[in-house]
Design a protein around this ligand. Structure first.
Ligand code: ADP
Ligand code: MG
Length: 391
């Protein structure tokens, strides 16, 4: 399909976004840098994206008049969160160019659909998801194969940051965990021996052109992304190119348009397992703002506006630290203070990004800081210094 670019800096060049969190804010900032107007649909007043956009439609994600208003303003619309109602994207697609499409987002919203899709892709990519079994009722608990235990029970929908997951050692624990899920459909995954967790960002345009970023290595704490280093220092060149090839196949197979992030596990025996995908820019790709020729957000703008994709190569090793609300608190107490940003910014190569969230709550993503350096060792050492200051 040929591109029909929506050129920047014209009266008509407004890009719409579903969701007003930090991903929407950084998308808007990238769009504005190129001369686009941005309109955001988000129910919450004063959200991170609305603080920086000219048009805030304060409405729910399924609010019909709100969606109509967004479509009227925006020739092209994207989403910043994966649980955007697919029906809303379909409605917007009647009048605006929508990327990613509802059909792609629907796969990523359902862990079982996602695993079926990945399994199908495995015939080409030779990368498969973890052994798993759908659990919709107690019969499924009874029929789960013994070798899936110990495992992790995950809700099929709406899980994120480790929420909606229970680790189970045996069938009795599985039955109890499923009973605690209030009837939600779940998937049981075999607990795998992880060596590392990595992610691959990939972008694809309507014309089928694609760009893949280097492999990033992620460390989670309490289910939330803690640090990302890119390029990964542990993964072999062979595993890295296998993951990148899998990512390129996955976007092509879906006919995906926009930025997509795929999480993989590298097991202790060196094998690669595909975990899940997010149909949008991703926290593990924030390093691209400061360390790549084209950031993931600019890439999303380009894909949405049907412009040529940018160069995804990385120019500097990078280490990113997520900043959670916890750093505003003195230790385990309820006493709050502003973190010493001046000291963090005194560290060489520091790029601070704060999302403008008024209230710092524990486990809430408030910002991130990326360290770029000439060597990864230096970037990581500088990240360590930041941890000592704000950690
Ligand atoms: P979320 O949507 O919350 O990110 P994930 O499926 O990525 O859910 O799981 C969160 C984390 O739990 C992963 O980053 C990984 O550390 C761990 N995990 C998930 N599935 C498995 C598995 N099958 N084996 C071992 N660890 C797992
Ligand atoms: Mg995950």
């Amino acid at each position: 399909q040929p591109r029909q670019p929506l050129l920047p800096n014209t009266p008509a060049s407004c890009l719409g976004i579903m969701g007003g969190g930090q991903l929407g804010r950084m998308f808007a900032q990238a769009a504005q840098a190129m001369g686009y107007q941005v309109a955001v649909l988000e129910p919450e007043a004063g959200c991170p994206a609305a603080q920086v956009t000219g048009q805030h439609i304060q409405a729910g994600y399924e609010n019909h008049p709100g969606l109509m208003a967004l479509a009227k303003l925006s020739k092209a619309v994207t989403t910043e969160f994966e649980n955007v109602p697919a029906e809303s994207l379909k409605l917007l697609a009647q009048t605006s160019f929508v990327a990613p499409a509802a059909a792609c987002v629907s796969i990523a919203q359902d862990r079982l659909a996602e695993k079926h899709f990945f399994t199908r892709c495995g015939a080409t990519t030779h990368v498969y998801p973890a052994p798993h079994w759908g659990i919709a009722n107690q019969d499924d608990v009874a029929s789960a194969r013994e070798d899936l235990l110990p495992g992790i029970l995950k809700t099929v929908r709406m899980g994120y940051d480790g929420k909606g997951q229970v680790r189970v050692r045996d069938r009795a624990e599985l039955a109890a965990a499923f009973a605690g899920m209030n009837g939600q459909v779940c998937v049981l995954e075999k607990m795998l021996p992880l060596a590392y967790e990595v992610s691959v960002l990939v972008a694809r345009g309507v014309d089928g052109e694609a760009a893949v970023y280097p492999i990033a290595e992620n460390v989670h704490r309490d289910g939330i992304l803690f640090t990302t280093i890119a390029p990964s220092t542990h993964v072999s060149a062979e595993v890295a190119s296998k993951a990148q090839a899998a990512a390129l196949h996955i976007v092509a197979e879906m006919g995906y348009v926009g930025v997509l992030c795929i999480e993989f596990f590298v097991l202790k025996d060196g094998s690669l397992v595909v975990n899940e995908m997010a149909p949008r820019p991703h926290n593990s790709g924030h390093y691209t703002i400061d360390a790549c020729i084209t950031s993931q957000f600019e890439q999303q703008v380009r894909a949405l506006a049907q412009l040529p994709l940018g160069d995804a190569r990385q120019h500097s090793p990078a280490a990113m630290l997520n900043i959670l609300g916890d750093v505003w608190y003195e230790g385990d107490t309820d006493t709050m203070r502003e973190p010493a940003w001046d000291q963090v910014l005194a560290i060489p190569g520091a790029h601070l990004h704060l999302y403008g969230k008024a209230e710092a709550r524990r486990a809430r993503k408030m910002g991130h800081v990326t360290f770029v350096a000439t060597t990864m060792a230096e970037a990581q050492a500088n990240l360590g210094k930041a941890c000592a200051i704000i950690g």
